[in-house]
Design a protein around this ligand. Structure first.
Ligand code: NAD
Length: 260
């Protein structure tokens, strides 16, 4: 379905981003695997994805908290793989603290990696998409882009900001065959959530299984994690021609969390 297209997925060396990169590659898209981590492991991932799917795969380790590195990531993808037809802004970090004790540098880091990087990647990729008259921008947001939880003021603010950015870009690009949507997952079991499980187990003095059921998944009515593959399948759908009228949407995939 996506043969001939190229996808840049930020934060695709791990978790949800890796699942999205894999799903897009299986549909025939060339992929820029991006993120931090062990370069030998990432090179292996790239090789196995290219072998399995028969598509070009490149890797990049730009620090997306720095706008000039985000611009370089987009330019390098265009240079190495030919274009950025699909941009998935997925890189993210988390930090949890009561608002009055929230360290300013942690606050700023979350805004930079989640919101400022999405803005910079979008504005760097748009000229190329406009030239080709086609584009798909998907911001991997969160249920926390639609509703709040205590102690996550920075993350909730950045994710709500991403939803606003999504709507503005969608309106500006509405006549250019470029769609921009936000995908808003509930809890997905990835390294980012593993850290929260460990932390909550310590805070509440509870075993891991009880933390998952009674703390982490308390707001998710299905009481099960959303699967990486479910999020990836939604992204693939949004990249297809049948989704060309879906733009400016913030789509929950959260086991009913935001229906409450
Ligand atoms: P993860 O920790 O498994 O992956 C995060 C990715 O971002 C990694 O590839 C990492 O290298 C990259 N990254 C982080 N900071 C970076 C930086 N400064 N520069 C470059 N790369 C950087 O996390 P995940 O759970 O897969 O989360 C992916 C996205 O999904 C995030 O935006 C997160 O907010 C969102 N999300 C996650 C969940 C969940 O429950 N896991 C739920 C809703 C939304």
């Amino acid at each position: 379905m996506l043969k001939g297209k190229t996808a840049l997925v930020t934060g695709s060396t791990s978790g949800i981003g890796l699942g999205i990169a894999r799903a897009l590659a299986r549909e025939g898209a060339g992929v820029m695997l991006h993120g931090l981590g062990d370069s030998a492991i990432i090179a292996d991932l790239a090789r196995s994805l290219a072998d399995e799917c028969g598509i070009p795969v490149a890797t990049h380790d730009a620090d997306v908290s720095r706008p000039n590195e985000v611009a370089r990531l987009v330019a390098d993808t265009e240079h190495q793989l030919g274009s950025v037809d699909i941009l998935v802004n997925n890189a993210g970090i988390q930090f949890v603290s009561p608002v009055e004790e929230f360290p300013l540098e942690r606050w700023s880091a979350i805004q930079d990696v989640v919101l400022k990087a999405s803005f910079e990647a979008i504005r760097s990729a748009l000229p190329g998409m406009k030239r080709k008259g086609w584009g798909r921008i998907i911001n991997i947001c969160s249920a926390h882009g639609l509703v709040a939880s205590p102690f996550k003021s920075a993350y909730v603010s950045a994710k709500h900001g991403q939803v606003g950015l999504t709507k503005s870009v969608a309106l500006e690009m509405a006549e250019c065959s470029i769609t921009c949507n936000a995908v808003c997952p509930g809890y997905v079991c990835t390294p980012l959530v593993e850290a929260q499980i460990e932390n909550q187990a310590k805070v509440h003095g509870l075993p891991r299984e009880r933390v998952i059921r009674d703390v982490i998944l308390a707001s998710q009515p299905t009481r099960r994690f959303v699967e990486v593959d479910e999020v990836a399948a939604l992204v693939v759908f949004l990249c297809g021609e049948s989704a060309r009228s879906i733009t400016g949407a913030a789509i929950p995939i959260d086991g009913g969390w935001t229906a409450r």
